[in-house]
Design a binder for this molecule. Structure first.
Ligand code: ATP
Length: 370
């Protein structure tokens, strides 16, 4: 039996509700996936913690995140909690975690579950792509830096390095090897998304990407400009498999991706490095929904499934893999059957009702799959 230490960061706003729902589903997975055990320890960090103590991410919490087998985070930040300079605590805390844990790859699946609300009418073949966001460089490398000259001009510098680009491009091809290709025809395809026609930095990103691609001749490659890509994601969403891009572009396109498959309440993410990984929904703290019990917890629950999948790869653990598959198939069934629906999907189910139903489906599916 393997026991994994999971550092939990429930955070702010709807974060704690979504976190509790994910833990409830993980407990059901533990009961039905053989020898998997998760010791989940929640830690106080985030905007509310900053309001009370003046510190958003205590150093002992960061230490626990570095020591844990994985980190499960729900959502951080509150718009009314600000530092003396007027900035929110969320960017600082997330950049701190990413840099300390070396989380260079943000993996954002854009998958349409049949039955989920979809604003597009062009998805006969389905939508199942991944936005792979370089997570430490690009425009965000300037975070904490930047420059303002008097009250006249301000700059931030976009940074692209050979090492960072090679690393994320290699991740993209390895990810494509694990997947089943694009929905249209099953072709494995990695697309570099950039603005190489205008900026040297992106021309360099594309050049290094194609150098890496030479080692993966069994995978189709192409490159698209980010403005065109934002159109293609809407007009031909079944054509794409893995899209790899600079940090800021990934930040923007992943919200577009969430929108085309049912909204932020369904958009999970993994942030992965060589030694550490952190899993969190793509959404923020949605403070106007907090405490009402109507937030959709599925993005956090699917992030927990990505965590199990990552643990399965890292530790060659079939029980963790089975746990990830159980969550995935239960979410799929949840939408296919459609007995209950969360509020952001046009239904009336509460956060905890969604968790209870998913836990029930896991129990049912584990019997079927045994
Ligand atoms: P951040 O800046 O922290 O990313 P944000 O202000 O961009 O956050 P989110 O908190 O991510 O915004 O959410 C934007 C809107 O999407 C919310 O106001 C809410 O209407 C909806 N939303 C986000 N997450 C969920 C969820 N889990 N369930 C239901 N609705 C959600």
């Amino acid at each position: 039996m393997t026991t994994y230490q999971i550092a939990g960061l429930p955070g702010d706003g709807i974060g704690p509700e979504c976190f509790d729902a994910a833990v409830q589903v993980l407990r059901s997975v533990e009961r039905h996936s053989g020898g998997l055990r998760l010791e989940i320890t929640p830690y106080a960090a985030g905007a509310e913690h900053y309001r009370q103590t003046g510190v958003a991410l205590p150093s002992e919490v960061l230490d626990q995140c570095l020591r844990a087998d994985a980190v499960l985070l729900a959502a951080i930040g509150l718009p009314d909690v600000r530092r003396p300079d007027g900035t929110e605590v969320q960017p600082d805390m997330m950049m701190g975690l990413r840099r300390a844990m070396g989380l260079y790859a943000a993996v954002r699946p854009v998958k349409l579950y049949p039955g989920a609300r979809c604003p597009l009418n062009t998805t006969q073949a389905g939508v199942d792509m991944v936005i792979l966001r370089e997570n430490l460089e690009g425009l965000f490398a300037s975070f904490g830096g930047g420059c303002q000259l008097n009250d006249v001009v301000a700059t931030d510098t976009l940074v692209i390095t050979r090492e960072g680009t090679q690393r994320i491009a290699e991740y993209a091809f390895r990810l494509a090897e694990k997947r089943r290709g694009r929905p249209l025809d099953g072709k494995r395809r990695v697309t570099c998304v950039d603005k190489a026609n205008v900026f040297r930095s992106f021309a360099f990103f594309r050049k290094v990407f194609f150098e890496v691609a030479e080692q993966y001749s069994h995978i189709e490659v192409d490159a698209q400009y980010v403005d065109a890509m934002s159109l293609y994601m809407v007009t031909c969403p079944s054509d794409w498999d893995v899209l790899v891009m600079e940090n800021q572009f990934g930040d923007i396109l992943s919200d577009l991706g969430a929108a085309i498959v049912g909204g932020l309440g369904l958009a999970p993410s993994a942030e992965v490095g060589e030694e550490h990984a952190l899993f969190q929904p793509s959404h923020g703290t949605a403070p106007q929904l907090a405490g009402k019990g109507i937030a959709n917890p599925i993005a956090t629950i699917l992030s927990a499934a990505m965590m199990l999948d990552w643990l399965a790869d890292r530790h060659r653990d079939d029980d963790a893999r089975r746990g990830a598959q159980l969550i995935e198939s239960s979410v799929s069934q949840f939408f296919k059957v459609g007995t209950i629906r969360p509020a952001d999907q046009g239904g009336t189910a509460s956060t905890s009702q969604v968790a209870v139903e998913l836990a029930r489906l896991i129990e049912v599916n584990s019997g079927i799959n045994k």
